[in-house]
Design a protein around this ligand. Structure first.
Ligand code: BDR
Ligand code: CA
Length: 314
């Protein structure tokens, strides 16, 4: 099977971490690098978390540090969701290796340049690094086959009434990326809030018994505390994992193509992803918006991915 070459860019984060567990388990993907961005926590913390996750799951690829802050706004972190470390909960191994000397943009640019085939980007945090890459190397956009991103929401936000966290942290970067002309699949809140894993499924994962499975179950235990405090959540919404599953299992999603633009100049709607659902602007669709998913199939894919890290029978 021809594997899809991908670069994972994120701000781990429990759901970023679980997304990377899934990506690393998929025989369809060839992970070329991991880059950290500033979002859920400071760049120091998300980079440290990225190294610890890679160590835990045996993902031996170059890891590079991204830009330390959004383009115009001051950094905005989310300790109420992910804890003070950015990845509170289970104890993780110390990093077995360090970041590469290149920064995230330099590493991504070199990998894309040197690759014989187009690369797929999977950003699961604010789009700061990706926008910086496009600004510094516009000629490389044609060598990016697709961006599968977690961010935004056509119907509503979660960090502001109209804005989702990843986009709200760096709306200018997001606006640049959405307008870049590179094919985008958007895993926004419209679908990711439906991608909930339920407590009984945490137990199935825990029961697998491997170190990775136990850690994933404990990440869910922590992450669910936040989701429980929200209205109507029966489980933990693993937002970022949806971006990976959209690539590996497109058949479980309902998708709508539409024109989407990011609002950067509004008192109430800054960071909103405005989707022209009914095509009233007459503009060419630029985003495949994930609209719905088969939740049970999603949960099974996730559990099966964790299973590939081994099962320990009692
Ligand atoms: C997004 O915000 C972060 O807290 C999560 O990791 C996810 O990427 C959801 O709004
Ligand atoms: Ca994230």
């Amino acid at each position: 099977m021809k594997r899809i070459p991908v670069i994972l860019d994120g701000d781990p984060g429990h759901d970023d971490a679980i997304a990377w567990v899934l990506a690393n388990a998929s025989p369809m993907l060839d992970i070329k690098a991991v880059t950290s961005c500033c979002g859920n926590q400071t760049m120091e913390k998300t980079t440290y978390n990225a190294l610890r996750i890679c160590t835990l799951i045996g993902l031996n690829v170059p890891v590079a540090k991204g830009r330390v802050k959004p383009f115009l706004k001051p950094p905005m972190v989310a300790p109420n969701v992910h804890g003070q470390s950015g990845l509170d909960g289970p104890k993780l191994p110390e990093p077995a290796f360090d970041v590469v000397p290149e920064d995230a943009v330099t590493l991504m640019a070199r990998i894309i340049e040197e690759s014989d085939e187009p690369i797929t980007l999977v950003p699961t945090g604010p789009l700061t690094n990706i926008a910086a890459l496009f600004m510094a190397h516009p000629e490389l956009k044609k060598k990016i086959s697709h961006i599968y991103l977690m961010g935004g929401g056509i119907h509503h936000g979660n960090w502001a009434p109209a804005a989702e966290f990843n986009i709200q942290v760096d709306p200018e970067a997001a606006a640049y990326v959405f307008a870049a002309g590179v094919p985008i699949t958007m895993a926004g809140l419209d679908v990711t809030e439906k991608a909930q894993i339920y407590p009984e499924e945490f137990e199935i994962i825990r029961g697998l018994g491997s170190k990775v499975a136990t850690t994933v179950a404990e990440w869910f235990d922590f992450f669910f505390q936040y989701h429980k405090s929200l209205n109507g959540y029966k489980g933990a919404a693993v937002h970022d994992a949806v971006a990976i599953v959209a690539m590996t299992n497109p058949e479980i999603f309902e998708v709508k193509d539409m024109y989407v633009e990011v609002e950067t100049d509004s008192e109430y709607c800054n960071g909103a992803t405005i989707g022209d659902v009914h095509g009233v602007l007459g503009k060419k669709p630029n985003v495949h918006v994930l609209w719905n998913l088969d939740r049970d199939a999603f949960a099974k894919i996730l559990i099966d991915a964790v299973r590939t890290y081994g099962e320990v029978s009692e």
